[in-house]
Design a protein around this ligand. Sequence first.
Ligand code: CIR
Length: 252
Amino acid sequence: MFTRAICRKPGLNFSHGLTTVQGGKPDYARMMAQHDAYVDTLQKLGLQVEVLEPLGEFPDAYFVEDAAIMTAEVAIVTRPGAKARRGEAAAMEPTLAKHRPLARIEAPGKLDGGDVLIIGRHALIGISERSNPEGASMLGEILEERGYTWTAVPVAEGLHFKSSVNWLGGKNLIVTEDFAGMDELEDFRQIVVDPAETYAANVLWINGTLIVPAGFPKTRKKLEALGLPILSLDTSEARLMDGGLTCMSLRF
Ligand code: CIR
């Protein structure tokens, strides 16, 4: 169960962040309203949320999940795969250090938190454009020292592993077709999203409630079968920046 979250407000320059989406320029006022609703929802679900100020030089810094990984024992400061985002990790350190001892991913390791899904005492670590095998091994070692096991998972599609695979509680995962049936995920039951709704795989589990991106009815219907409460949030602006629900907070 989570009791806290760290978020960061998007800055005025948030639309200058990295993106592969060709859907037009995101709107600042809409982004802020959607971010406020996101923070509000986490609070309503009982989390104490610390909202950090924007980091001027780093327009993607509100995707806080990529800069760190939180476990019950340690906060791991990542080394983001995109050079333009690398400074975000060090900027998180003072905040993280209030809650956990720190460990760090060091060069030549590269790792984005968006590639890391920890379920109980097991970590699935995506090897993607942003996270390399060295980064995965460094994180794996830090976790092993604390009693976790881990598996590396190749991420051939999507920006990050969690763009395509997320936990739904128990033994349930939501996955895109590209990840369905993968050996690395064989211990889990899988809900496979319709190919027209791949973005909807970015579901955020908060203490038994599923937060889903608005506008994906087929996926919502599949998730309803789990019998968990479902809340939906509009993420249209973050989506234009290749981001979604899981990226905008660190939960612990
Ligand atoms: C980036 O390309 O790094 C950001 N614009 C989006 C990061 C999204 N983060 C995530 O999926 N964990």
